[in-house]
Write a protein that binds this ligand. Sequence first.
Ligand code: BDP
Length: 685
Amino acid sequence: MPRRGLVTTPDPVHPAWLPPEAFRAIGSRRTLVLGDGLLAGTVHDEVADACARYGGRVRRGAEDGPYDLVLALTTEPLPGVAGEVRPDSAIGAEGYLLARRDGVTVVLADDPAGLLYGLFHVVRLGERAFAGELQAERHRPAMRRRMLDHWDNVDVHPVMGQVERGYAGGSIFWRDGAPRGDLARVRAYGRLLAACGVNAISVNNVNVRATGARLLTDRLGDVAALADVLRPYGIRVHLSVSFASPVVLGGLPTADPLDEGVRKWWAGVTERVYDTIPDFGGYVVKADSEGEPGPFAYGRDHADGANLLAEALEPFGGVVHWRAFVYNHRQDWRDRSTDRARAAYDHFAPLDGRFRDNVILQVKHGPVDFQVREPVSPVIAAMPATRLAVELQVTQEYTGQQRHVCYLPPMWREVLGFRPWGPDGTAVADVAGGASGDGGGLVAVSNVGDDPYWTGHPLAQANLYAFGRLAWAPWTDPAAILDEWIDLTFTPTATGDTEALRHTLHAIMDGSWRTYERYTAPLGVGFMVRPGHHYGPDVDGYEYTPWGTYHFADRDGVGVDRTRATGTGFTGQYPPPWSEVYESLDRCPDELLLFFHHVPYGHVLHSGATVVQHIYDTHFAGVEEAIEARRRWEEAAALFDPSLHARVEELLDEQVRCAEEWRDQINAYFFRKSGVPDVRGRRIP
Ligand code: BDP
């Protein structure tokens, strides 16, 4: 029998980006914490722990100064320098002001969450927080909602296991149908998330099954226990729910969103949720997608469906994250006119303006499915009257499954910086942030499991950290975020050569997303992965299946014609100028060419290479880059903890093996289809 309850069973867990040393600068100083409540208590306890280790001291409530660091709520009487730097206007929700004057570092916040984020800013600065003077700086999150979705199954699924698309061991919440019990791990997770700015998580898979569905009702206590542990770190808990809950849990004959009994059922259940978890965040719903139940069964649309739940949540300030990932996964592959890329827009754009205010439409960043290269989803530009959240995938389902190094923030940064209405228009980051700061925000599928390094591949931690930081400040340079992560995570080893360590990690990680792109499916065509688990190459794996993900390679050419002129018309879902840019064979960016166009192998790219030569060149180059990353890592052995070094080395061996497999299959496939030899005469199997 799996163990139930709140027993703490400490795993051999690495502290990720908050090793005790990260608090050295604070822990050796004198700190004053001013403010009441749970989160101010967390701030105090964090500093107190550090002081116990490094010999400093912390007081809560004004008394015997002087202090090196003051962390205070603006609702308190502010002594000395803290009073002098107090701003005239509001700092704002979750924000903080940071200043240093006369040898005192001051963090001020209007609300306790801001104090917590301010503390972690000081942690990031380390000794720099206590040197010289600092003009008051204000910091506020660009997105109010910064959320992680866990695709964790409560019961073990026969195919997907404990965590759907999880590459880091089991769930940190659930094991074999029950809570794991070791809430110390969940608490440590909450702390890591607060340090990078995440403030919400959903704790069960969007494919809601068996016990997962019951978290809403008789297993609600399990969710409440998680909420209790995460609350001190400013993290609200959300729940994935099944649209069929009134039937499967409530015994009702229908889940029709317009049925009075169904509405009452959701209202009653939701009230009980808030009685149990007063700060509950809301529901996440995947409906009418890949077999999940939804409003279509009752002849209703997705506004009817989402509004049903929104109505139940509204009295309590909750939101429903309604996913736009709705498409037909049983399409006829012989019928070239259907296009999975079109589906989200076709379903949702006509519904703009019909959603209640507390509905957040959660849109995958690309129109298909988290491929290594996709255009930005046109839905993001099509629904000005709807709150939109952009969904990213931190778990590396299609990007190496945490066996390959693939630092994703450069891709996310491109998505967030994309301007769907052209260079003078709003960017995706601003759509998600919302005009009044209350947009749907950023959501990502977490990559964490019960692995001792949290994420399987130790370097995959950087993706999680960077997700939080980009949700807070989307315009940050991914390389700068990587530096932050490095500084917070790695303490100097025997050699103490932090510069060399940093140099090694940048050399391996900065360009790793593009490296991965080079040795996998080319020019935005996507997929070509093994069906089912999605690891490694299978050139025609999905080509003759009902899933809607095709490349249409034949002896003459490759790519999906999504133009209005001759193809599926998908380009017409974009506003100008992108509708024209993507429609035009001449103007379409090289990296997306095969996403939008079917071209002959001899088609010449902007780069000057033909399509087929580009495929050969990038596949040889991608493997060379993977080999070079492994060489650099081997060379840097002395800089890293030996067990971490060994784990990454093993994974780099696998990455090189797999990259070679990709190269050989892709190159051989296109050589045999096209008959065109490599101009450089390299060996193609
Ligand atoms: C796909 C995954 C599948 C998820 C689905 C989703 O393969 O496991 O359930 O996304 O986002 O990419 O719902």
